[in-house]
Design a protein around this ligand. Structure first.
Ligand code: SIN
Length: 496
């Protein structure tokens, strides 16, 4: 096969991977996922919707302002501008694929979530937005003649030829390996929440693509910035905690402690809808003080079955009627702002290797992502990358010696459980240098931990978090003075 005929390999079948694959037409694309579409995928669990400035009095500039304020000004302004400027186009495109956004009479219904000053969140199927978007993208990808599907398997190595990506090695469920050549590879493998003991992410969000790119020498960026969602359902169990969407607070739910006192009262002008990092820390403080934190959604009116079917079902599975009873909540690792360093077009530092969505970091989210900007990012930047790939004539090096870069040994189940507990303790919503240094030394002295790719990834996160001595956005160090408050972030960089 010539380079022009070789497929673009897209690793990851969430929203970002599917949007990239669709936009790459007519280039042949081979889609590879660890599971069938929708399983073990954070996109499918996303309850919040997609942010777009479509309401009265709103504008992309307002959306950008909230994105920058949530991101503590650490965002790359041109990446933010591109995101917000393309939000409405993304919504229209999704509608052409058959996504039916929720309506309020003859208008699109717009909700509110943390950090947004205005109503600008579109939902589909109420709080089942991610699943609705994914289903539409999946249908479109199944129809697309340029897309082929690899049966579920893990990509555990990159094939480099003369410093360019020329293929991947896949391992199927029976452990059989196979090398697949490509013209370019795209990593759209999602986040790393599964490396934390408390997370809203599925088990597959374990940083596999990030670890692979780093093993190949691609620089990573902002690894210390992990977002914690303030309201995962506080239930015992190993694995993903069910999310209780922030949209409930947009609809009037409030956080309170055991005595019914409002947790966010007087903490921020937006109170319960303050940026997520602030709310998560307040909830964390209540739990650390030995109390419990509750989401009181009893004031939320309207049709729960239509607006919040997912939360309703989750709560009922745990014996809670959210219309009449408070919901116990805890912060949980939710979204990684850091990732494989990419430019505006999703290029990593390795020729032929691209990354998009949560596994990538182009700086759009800064130090803390604004709610409902991640499905948007996956669509907007996935389509941008796909269009770029569609235009590429022949990019990867076609001659030279081959080299296989392996992600490395996987942690055993018990090592992984230990690592997840350690990450939660040392890299959770409130951090301090001593605990992080101890965690680093612990990994270093434990062969089962430091020899695994998961252990190496957590080591890199700890190192990044130790290097950032001041608090910023979701990276909060109680042993340091906060460099600047969210309210004093200069927003001028976006204007003019
Ligand atoms: C939520 O529904 O609370 C999560 C939304 C998001 O993570 O953007």
């Amino acid at each position: 096969m010539t380079g022009a005929q070789l497929p673009v390999i897209v690793v990851g079948c969430g929203v970002a991977g599917l949007a990239t694959a669709l936009a790459a037409a007519p280039r042949p694309v081979l889609l590879i996922g660890r599971q069938t579409v929708g399983q073990d995928c954070a996109s499918a669990l996303a309850q919040g919707g997609i942010a777009a400035a479509m309401g009265h009095g709103d504008s992309p500039a307002e959306h950008a302002r909230d994105t920058l304020a949530a991101g503590a000004g650490h965002n790359r302004p041109d990446a933010v501008r591109y995101l917000v400027d393309h939000a409405v186009v993304a919504v229209r495109w999704l509608q052409t694929l058959g996504v039916e956004f929720d309506r309020d009479g003859d208008k699109l219904a717009l909700g509110r979530e943390g950090g947004h000053h205005l109503h600008r969140i579109l939902h589909a199927g109420g709080d089942a937005s991610g699943a609705a978007l994914l289903a539409a993208l999946h249908r479109a990808a199944l129809r697309a003649a340029h897309i082929q599907w690899q049966p579920p398997c893990d990509v555990d190595a990159l094939l480099l030829r003369d410093q360019c990506v020329a293929g991947v090695r896949v391992r199927d469920r029976d452990g059989r390996e196979n090398a697949l050549e490509c013209s370019e590879a795209v990593l759209a493998t999602g986040g790393i929440g599964a490396l934390f003991a408390a997370t809203t992410n599925p088990a597959g969000a374990d940083g596999s693509g990030l670890a692979l790119a780093m093993a190949a020498g691609a620089p990573a960026l902002d690894l210390e910035f992990m977002q914690f969602h303030p309201t995962a359902l506080a239930v015992a169990g190993n694995g993903a905690l069910p999310l209780i969407t922030e949209a409930l607070r947009g609809a009037g739910a409030v956080l309170c402690d055991d005595d019914g006192a409002r947790i966010m009262a007087g903490r921020h002008p937006l109170a319960d809808l303050a940026p997520r990092d602030l709310v998560a820390r307040q909830v964390w403080q209540v739990l650390q003080a030995g109390g419990r934190a509750w989401l009181d959604a009893t004031a939320v009116t309207g049709d729960w079955q239509r607006r919040f079917p997912t939360v309703d079902a989750i709560c009922r599975r745990h014996g809670i009627d959210p219309r009449t009873q408070r919901i116990p909540v805890t912060p949980a690792a939710h979204f990684h702002m850091g990732g494989i360093a990419v430019d505006f077009d999703g290029r990593t530092a390795i020729r032929g290797l691209h990354a998009v969505g949560e596994t990538a970091c182009n700086g759009v989210h800064g130090a803390n992502r604004l709610a409902s900007n991640s499905l948007l990012e996956g669509i907007v930047y996935g389509r941008r990358l796909g269009r770029l790939l569609a235009d590429v004539r022949l990019s990867a090096c076609r001659s030279g010696s081959h080299r296989l870069v392996e992600r490395g040994q996987s942690a055993t189940d018990s090592a992984l459980a230990e690592l997840r507990a350690l990450s939660w303790r040392a890299l959770g919503p409130v951090r301090d240098g001593a605990t992080m240094r101890q965690a680093l030394a612990h990994i270093h002295h434990d062969a089962a931990l430091h020899s695994s790719w998961q252990g190496k990834l957590v080591t890199r996160m700890l190192e990044a978090a130790l290097l950032r001595r001041r608090s910023l956005g979701a990276h909060y160090r109680q042993d340091a003075e906060k460099r600047q408050s969210v309210q004093s972030v200069p927003l001028r960089s976006l204007q003019g």
